[in-house]
Design a protein around this ligand. Structure first.
Ligand SMILES: [Ca+2]
Ligand SMILES: [Ca+2]
Length: 172
């Protein structure tokens, strides 16, 4: 997994929570209340990222996604926003390994695998591309990517969260 795509995965729900939710006041996060989960969890992730290795971070990632699945859903619903476009552009560029401005079956599969979507094999990647490929040139350009990726991300992030959910009791 490339460091960039891994950071992007962390960045996505984290940033969207900053954009879409009001930051919880410090006093609220210390003493509980309805914002406590976000307030406690966000600094936990940030500090844990600094001290844990990748395998621990992968476990944490699953928990993080589970906790933020509603935020992710909001994020993908706002992918038309300026922030959504920037995040999608960063994802697209990370996926476009040879930098030619379009995504092939191989690039889509390897990007999905890097994000933890291990069930996206070559067949499934071809299916994703054929659904997204409006102009039928067998590759995905950025405009096609923007239209499809939010739905694909939501579906697969929720699946990822469910798959990781049972191993993550240490944070509950
Ligand atoms: Ca490419
Ligand atoms: Ca195309």
């Amino acid at each position: 997994m490339s460091i960039l795509s891994f950071l992007l995965l962390l960045l996505l729900p984290l940033s969207s929570s900053f954009f879409l939710l009001p930051p919880p006041p410090l006093s609220t996060s210390l003493h509980g209340g309805k914002n406590a989960k976000t307030g406690l969890f966000t600094p936990l992730v940030l500090s844990t990222k600094a001290v844990l290795g990748e395998s621990e971070l992968n476990k944490l990632r699953g928990k993080f996604i589970a906790e933020h699945s509603k935020v992710i859903a909001k994020f993908v619903d706002t992918s038309e926003s300026k922030f959504g476009r920037i995040a999608l552009k960063a994802l697209f560029e990370a996926a476009d390994e040879n930098g030619d401005g379009v995504l092939t079956v191989d690039e889509v599969r390897s990007a999905c695998n890097a994000l933890g979507f291990s069930w996206i094999d070559e067949d499934k990647s071809e299916t994703l591309i054929s659904r997204a490929d409006v102009d039928e040139n067998e590759v995905i350009d950025f405009e096609e990517f923007v239209k499809t990726t939010p739905k694909v991300l939501r579906t697969n992030l929720i699946k990822l969260a469910k798959e990781n959910g049972n191993d993550l009791g240490f944070l509950v």
